[in-house]
Design a protein around this ligand. Structure first.
Ligand code: PEP
Ligand code: MN
Length: 360
């Protein structure tokens, strides 16, 4: 699958002066809920209405979606509002039902993209349809797996393709529900600039207060669209309550967002700068995160030394670290003097943390 201009053509058919907006509840709950939200989104920047019918739940026992009945509600919402309808499909049976009910946009969820068998089954069921199909990134940070999903659909003759960045799962606790790992999407974007790229700030953040900030960041990185979970009564939503916003909040978010112009020479310079700076910002945050983590480990070592009455400064170990880092650093194009300066500073700080623990 080389970069295909035809990817973006479907997006241009919408004739929008702003990014594509997909909004609607995490899950279809009742006919009234589906219709009420759709009506509130009708005269806004929203082009595609989303609602999950089959919900992949990490553990059993939660609300697993209303099932096929919900497709009838979406058909009704489409007839009443003119919005295009989108839902998640995870099996060939889901695809068959969605096609029978005239669903316009089908997306593959993060828990499905990880499974090539499931994606292939979906691609086969969609063979040569004219539907818009969006592939969410897999739960794990693996660009090849994400692209593999797109390729399976492309090989099945589906041309209206796009990808959704919904963040990646980690065991570590962060301020995100799923960390954005922007560099993965940036790499995808540079390899396939014509493949529409949509950001799902709802699943990245997991909380409604951060939706604005992440949406802006996505647009600064030249994303083509946003998918934002929207509910009339977010707090009482049957799934993902903390991250859904009301239709009014959604409109506010979209009003407040700054859309960058890309047409002038200067525009492309700015976009390139924003991308590069975003990469630098990501690296800087990672450096800080790693340094913080390293100091925590130093404190644990301090506690262990204290319990065993061992001296804080271990010169042999320190010289070994330095030698190793100088060798590794030179492979990465970093000069010896720089490595020495940086590691001396890190070592000093580590010792300070250990001494604090030992003397506490
Ligand atoms: C969803 O869109 O509601 C959903 C289940 O998303 P994801 O596949 O990104 O977890
Ligand atoms: Mn959700």
């Amino acid at each position: 699958m080389e970069n295909k201009k035809e990817f973006k053509t479907w997006l241009e058919d919408f004739n929008l002066s702003h990014p594509l907006v997909i909004a609607g509840p995490c899950s279809a709950e009742t006919e009234e809920q589906v219709l009420a939200i759709a009506h509130q989104l009708k005269d806004s920047d929203v082009s595609i209405y989303r609602a999950g019918i089959w919900k992949p739940r990490t553990r059993p026992g939660g609300f697993e979606g209303v099932g096929a009945i919900g497709l009838k509600w979406l058909q009704k919402a489409k007839a009443e509002t003119g919005l295009l309808m989108g839902t998640e499909v995870a099996t060939a049976a889901h695809v068959k039902l969605a096609l029978e009910h005239d669903i316009d946009v089908l997306w593959i969820g993060a828990r499905t993209t990880v499974n090539p068998f499931a994606v292939q089954e979906i691609a086969d069921a969609l063979q040569n349809t004219d539907k818009i199909v969006l592939v969410k990134n897999p739960v794990n940070p693996d660009l090849a797996l994400w692209l593999g999903g797109v390729e399976r659909l492309y090989n099945a003759g589906i041309k209206k393709l796009g990808v959704i960045h919904r963040g990646f799962s980690t065991y570590e606790k962060t301020k995100y529900r799923n960390i954005p790992e922007w560099q993965i999407a940036i790499e995808l974007q540079s390899r396939f600039p014509d493949l529409p790229l949509i950001c799902d700030p709802s699943h990245i953040t997991g909380k409604r207060t951060m939706i604005q900030e992440i949406s802006q960041q996505a647009l600064d990185l030249n994303y083509d669209g946003l998918m934002i979970e929207t509910h009339i009564d977010p707090d009482n939503a049957w799934s993902d309550a903390a991250q859904q916003v009301t239709p009014d909040t959604l409109k506010q978010i979209l009003d407040d967002i700054r859309i960058r112009q890309l047409t002038t020479e200067e525009g492309s310079f700015n976009t390139e700068m924003i991308k590069l700076r975003a990469s630098i910002d990501i690296d800087d945050s990672k450096l800080l995160e790693t340094l913080g983590h390293r100091m925590k480990i130093a404190e644990q070592i301090g506690a262990l030394k204290k319990a065993n009455n061992v001296a804080v400064l271990q010169n042999k170990r320190w010289n070994e670290i330095l030698e190793k880092m100088i060798a590794e650093g030179s492979q990465k194009g970093l000069n010896e003097e720089f490595i020495l300066r940086i590691f001396k500073a890190i070592h000093e700080e580590s010792i300070a943390h250990q001494v604090k623990v030992v003397n506490s």
